[in-house]
Design a protein around this ligand. Structure first.
Ligand SMILES: [Zn+2]
Length: 319
């Protein structure tokens, strides 16, 4: 098994008008793929870098032009996306774990593959390591996401190169991975949700002893996803017993749903879910159940109180 630490740079429409074809819309066009391959011991084995010749947005967006140390002239000497991505996938090889800084890169990679008609053979469920999320949880309090330069600073990674070249950012991200506790890399998988289950039998759950993530099948409407029975079930993810519903599912300002339960054997378990729209226009939910203690339960209780106050204030002002 190897780790593929990768990073992308992308361009976006200079005019703001997003271009579509029969495979969907392409708000962000990838212009560089950079990656570092690490072995199981996190030693660097090789690296990969391709500049990509744009085919959709032929001018760089102003903000991107300012940020990137690359010009359109450099990109014009690059390969086509299709060629670059086939090279990349071949270079990755089999039995790899993808690692990225944030949750955008795998998603944008697959969206570009779809747009350019490259077959998506990634597995379902597609697990990966979001090093930004792991870093932010471990070294900050998890409430905000650390920038790559911030993490480089905190972990004292030598600054050899500029940021915002995919190959250099991938290299920095790999250096960060090397400095992290190995246990963190074994227990903190994220689920990529570019491809979502289409039927119940494809739904999946990943869990360890204190957390379970569950991705539902896709529905035609948001309401159908939100009301899905299985999503609201009160079974303990550890022992499958029916739990006590301490706080019923409630919605926090239209986005996240929360609930709290108590299993007679495993104590307090809190739940959180969010309905998301998939790239093909359907709706699915991503739910996390967490084994916690009284303070975790109280935190949900507080959220519910705040939500109740918000609704009361709203009613008050409308009166
Ligand atoms: Zn239980």
């Amino acid at each position: 098994m190897n780790y593929i630490v990768f990073d992308l740079e992308w361009n976006q429409s200079p005019s703001g008008k997003v271009i579509s074809n029969e495979n969907g819309a392409l708000p962000f066009e990838i212009i560089e793929i950079g990656a570092v391959k690490l072995d199981e011991e996190l030693n660097k084995i090789s690296s990969f870098d391709r500049l990509i010749r744009p085919e959709v947005y032929l001018k760089l967006h102003k903000a991107i032009e300012k940020m990137l140390p690359i010009t359109m002239r450099d990109l014009q000497k690059g390969k086509s996306f299709t060629e670059a991505v086939y090279d990349f996938l071949q270079w990755c090889g089999e039995d790899v774990i993808f690692c990225t800084w944030g949750d955008m890169d795998l998603f944008q990679l697959q969206r570009n593959m779809n747009y350019f008609g490259v077959e998506n053979r990634f597995p379902l469920p597609f697990l990966y390591l979001d090093l930004q999320s792991i870093f932010s949880e471990t070294y900050l309090d998890g409430s905000k996401n650390a920038g790559l330069n911030e993490a480089v600073e905190i972990l004292k990674v030598p600054r050899r190169n500029t940021f915002h070249r995919a190959i250099y950012d991938a290299d920095y991200t790999a250096e960060i991975a090397k400095r992290m506790d190995r246990k963190l890399l074994e227990n903190n998988f994220s689920i990529d949700t570019y491809k979502v289950p289409q039927k119940s039998s494809e739904e999946f759950r990943i869990r360890n002893s204190y957390i379970e993530q569950y991705v539902t099948k896709a529905f035609d409407s948001k309401e159908k996803a939100t009301g899905y029975r299985e999503l609201r079930s009160a079974r303990c993810f550890i022992c499958d017993r029916q739990m006590d519903r301490k706080i019923r599912w409630f919605c926090d300002n239209g986005k996240n749903y929360y609930a709290a339960f108590k299993c007679e054997k495993h104590g307090f378990i809190t739940g959180k879910f969010r309905v998301k729209k998939s790239d093909d226009g359907k709706f699915f939910a991503l739910r996390t159940m967490t084994r916690t203690d009284r303070s975790g339960y109280m935190a949900v209780q507080d959220k519910k109180e705040k939500e109740r106050e918000r609704i009361n204030q709203k009613l008050e002002s409308e009166r």
